[in-house]
Design a protein around this ligand. Structure first.
Ligand code: ARG
Length: 564
């Protein structure tokens, strides 16, 4: 039980159970300013219920609270402000962390429910864009956060590997392609072919027909078409995998759009049976008039299916295969309309679970205030950026700690971590300015700053080895100077919960920045390694900080080097 819950239980008794425990817990606040107390209880709701002045109620309640967990109870207007007993609270949190280690902060409200996370999902034969990078980073962190809350995450890479463009690509490859070149630099080469197709098609419209007929062959399972398509897909995936490896991201499924090729007919049938499919300009659409959305296109006039058709089939498949309790789509906000339509069509089909689907949009990546683009075949550009970040981190490490033994590993952890942290530290809807210098700074709100704080805390523990006993701390006059840090340690779980409920990893990022800052301030004030009766307790506190920083970094997808 945390202290908020304990206070709720005390109030529950005092109020003769008139208000439920959960409601009471929701009413308890955390004062913005710690000088006003650690917990606050506003009495307005009670005042209405009891037809009494809220100030009077606060006054009365304050006299009745005699729990040892509070060292002081103050009344300020209609508020009851409560100050935790620092010794008791601090010892509890430190002991909890020592006992639970990396598991500290875990929650169980997910009850093992499956959460599918549609993330990354780049397009075959096209560059891996900054948007795909953001989707990868945000999706990966959300997977770790929901898991920490007791859900079972399923990370799905919904590859863009189907559609009329593959007919065009096959046509272009047959006319102008070169196998060697494709092998050497698949995405760049395939994109060049695709661009050439469009240039040539302006003067030679018959190319479009050839493209369509190749796609038709592909859809009908023609061997030659399939072999080429598969080859393009494999080569592209090899390139994408390099990025995933750099970032330590893995997927549970690579079922992309093509996977639903044989599952769309059923969707079309279901729509027909429910009389939801209507003809419009020779195409088949679902009207979404009451929903005030444009019609959702299901089949083109030539019978070809679309992106939305595949997403409908995918949603049904995921529901049946995984029985998800939530289904997330981490995709840029440009696709908001698409996901609104998708969810609306499923709701029209009578699927109640469509309410459990959420589009998780995010803002753009900017360079000097302009949208950053990875066109011109530079998947590569992104890989270059990550490698540059690693090189820059390597350089800093060389300067700061030339004797470090595993510099290359640490440089990778710091360089890649810097890019990820920079992405996640702000609310995902914000646009982000991409600046390597900014991300890699060792001061300020950066990944390297948190990692460095962690390494520094680890080095204190290393110096103290042999003389540290982590169990059962019972120290006396302690925990005043430590209070900022220990009270923050208690906030880990609430921060994780906020991140999970709002699909917002920045809650965790902000939290670990706060903790790192508080710890650094403490470290500057107190000589931790000084021989002193409180040393054991202080070391236990340092240990607790390392555990929470490491776990916080992990939840964002960052590693925590013990030395850097
Ligand atoms: N491949 C798409 C793109 O790059 C993103 C796919 C997102 N996921 C989905 N189920 N529609 O724009």
């Amino acid at each position: 039980m945390n202290f908020k819950q304990e206070l709720a239980a005390i109030l529950h008794e005092l109020l003769d159970q008139e208000i439920s425990l959960t409601d009471l817990e929701l009413m308890i606040e955390k004062p913005k300013n710690q000088e006003l107390g650690d917990l606050a209880f506003p009495c307005f709701t009670l005042a209405k219920l009891k037809r009494k002045s809220p100030n009077l109620i606060a006054e009365e309640l304050s006299k009745k609270i005699h729990s040892p967990i509070f060292e002081k109870v103050e009344v300020v207007g209609a508020y009851l402000n409560l100050f935790l007993n620092k010794k008791m609270a601090s010892e509890k949190v430190v002991n909890d962390i020592i006992a639970q280690k990396g598991n500290y902060g875990a929650l169980t409200f997910g009850n093992g429910g499956a959460v599918t996370i549609d993330m990354s999902s780049p397009n075959i034969a096209k560059p891996f864009s900054m948007g795909h990078l953001r989707s990868t980073v945000i999706g990966n962190s959300l997977a770790l956060i929901v898991e920490k809350c007791g859900y079972k995450p399923i990370k799905i890479n919904h590859l863009g590997d189907w559609g009329t463009q593959f007919g065009k690509l096959i046509t272009a490859y047959q006319l102008w392609g070169n196998a060697e070149k494709v092998k050497q630099n698949p995405i760049k080469e395939l994109l060049t072919l695709y661009i050439k197709f469009h240039e040539e098609a302006e003067t030679n419209p018959s190319l479009e027909d050839q493209g369509r007929s190749w796609f038709k062959k592909l859809e009908d399972g023609d061997d030659q078409a399939l072999a080429l398509w598969k080859w393009f897909r494999d080569e592209s995936l090899k390139e994408f995998s390099r990025i995933y490896q750099l970032m330590n991201v893995e997927f549970d499924s690579y079922a992309g759009e093509a996977f639903y090729n044989d599952k769309m007919e059923r969707v079309v049938k279901l729509l027909e049976e429910q009389h939801l499919l209507v003809e419009s300009d020779q195409a088949q659409v679902v009207e979404l008039i009451e929903e005030q959305l444009p019609p959702c296109l299901i089949k083109k006039s030539d019978g070809a299916t679309l992106y939305a058709t595949r997403d409908l089939a995918a949603a049904l498949y995921r529901r049946e295969e995984y029985q998800f309790v939530q289904s997330l789509y981490v995709v840029g906000h440009e696709q908001s309309l698409h996901f609104k339509q998708l969810i609306a069509v499923l709701a029209k089909m009578g699927y109640d679970w469509s309410k459990q689907m959420h589009h998780i949009p995010f803002g753009m990546m900017l360079k000097d205030g302009k949208k950053m683009s990875t066109r011109k075949g530079k998947v590569v550009l992104l890989e270059e950026v990550l490698n540059e970040s690693i090189a820059m981190a390597r350089h800093s490490i060389e300067e700061k700690n030339p004797n470090l033994s595993n510099k290359d590993d640490v440089a990778k952890q710091v360089g890649v971590g810097a890019v990820i942290f920079h992405d996640l530290k702000n609310n995902r809807m914000n646009d982000i300015e991409f600046s390597l210098e900014e991300m890699l700074r060792f001061e300020g709100e950066t990944g390297p700053y948190v990692q460095y704080t962690y390494a520094r805390a680890c080095s204190i523990l290393r110096k103290a080895t042999g003389n540290i006993e982590l169990d059962a701390i019972t120290s006396n006059n302690l925990w005043e100077k430590e209070w900022k840090v220990t009270s923050l340690l208690m906030e880990f779980s609430p921060a994780i919960k906020r991140a999970c409920i709002n699909f917002d990893p920045s809650q965790v990022a902000k939290y670990i920045i706060d903790l790192a800052q508080a710890f650094n301030k403490y470290y500057a004030e107190v000589k931790i390694l000084e021989d002193n009766p409180e040393q054991q307790a202080r070391l236990a506190l340092v240990y607790s900080v390392t555990e929470v920083l490491k776990e916080g970094l992990r939840l964002l997808g960052l590693e925590a080097p013990a030395e850097m």
